[in-house]
Design a protein around this ligand. Structure first.
Ligand code: APR
Length: 251
């Protein structure tokens, strides 16, 4: 199939689906200027992964984490949704996509106007003191980093402050994981966009759909180990592909 045939077939699959959902990863936000994790210029090529246990117990690890977060926030705080986020929001308004399950913490699906969003890895919007549960807007933490603080502690109780995102080694939010797994088993079509599908358990969500007989459309610049599951694959940028599918559905 050439590109235009794949767009036509994708639009037909979406139009004829009973219950379609989207599953997104960091690749959907690179066109908004936010780096992903595992591409050649990805976050994990430049920073060390800090696990939850290390963050709780080692000052050095927290400082490494906040160096990474400061760089990410520089891009993230001013970022705007791109064509791919906007297309998904419009597909939801048209009643064609029912949910967006995302691994992203950047808030761009919300900004684009998607309503039914499941945040598997939390949100970067706020941070919380692990000592007294006081919450802080992330902009407040960013200001402290820019003033030169390296290990962000609570001014009131001295506790460790952590963004409300899921760290490696930290349990996943059970309600979100359960809901995502349940939707994945019910849907007859899943659009899988911008994820290397290397991080579990999130990466198992598309596999649930595949095992239950649902169809998958992959939109990912690079190949993944799971490409064989896809009915249609685009190794292209998400913004272009999703806009072309949306326009096809509107015409
Ligand atoms: N369009 C389509 N695909 C893209 C684009 C784009 N514009 N830009 C990048 N990609 C693809 C890359 O080719 C890559 O395969 O998106 C994928 C992003 O993969 P990862 O960087 O591994 O991101 P993700 O799968 O979301 O990572 C999962 O890992 O570190 C953790 O918690 C973090 O939620 C994240 C999780």
């Amino acid at each position: 199939m050439n590109y235009q045939e794949k767009i036509k077939k994708s639009a037909e699959l979406i139009k004829n689906s009973r219950f379609a959902i989207a599953f997104t990863g960091a690749g959907i936000s690179t066109e908004s200027g936010i780096p992903d994790f595992r591409s050649s210029d990805g976050i994990w090529k430049r920073f060390k992964i800090v696990t939850y246990q290390e963050f709780l117990t080692k000052k050095d690890a927290r400082e490494e984490f906040w160096r990474m977060k400061q760089e990410l926030l520089r891009e993230l705080l001013g970022a705007k949704p791109n064509k791919a986020h906007n297309a998904l929001a419009e597909l939801e308004q048209m009643g064609l996509i029912r949910y967006v399950i995302t691994q992203n913490i950047d808030g761009l699906h919300e900004q684009a106007g998607s309503k039914n969003i499941i945040l598997l890895h939390g949100s970067n919007h706020e941070a919380i003191c692990l000592g007294c549960d006081k919450t802080f807007p992330i902009s407040n933490i960013y200001a402290r980093l820019n003033e030169g603080e390296k290990d962000i502690l609570c001014y009131e109780c001295g506790g460790i402050i952590k963004p409300k995102v899921v760290f490696f080694g930290e349990p996943m939010p059970q309600k979100e994981l359960f809901l995502a797994s349940s939707l994945a088993s019910q849907c007859d079509l899943m659009l899988v966009i911008g994820s290397s599908l290397q991080v579990e358990p999130a990466a198992s969500i598309p596999r649930i759909t595949f095992k239950n007989g649902g169809k998958l459309i992959f939109v990912n610049k690079s190949e993944t180990d799971w490409d064989y599951m896809a009915e249609i694959i685009f190794h292209q940028s998400a913004g272009e592909v999703l806009m072309d599918i949306l326009n096809r559905l509107k015409n």
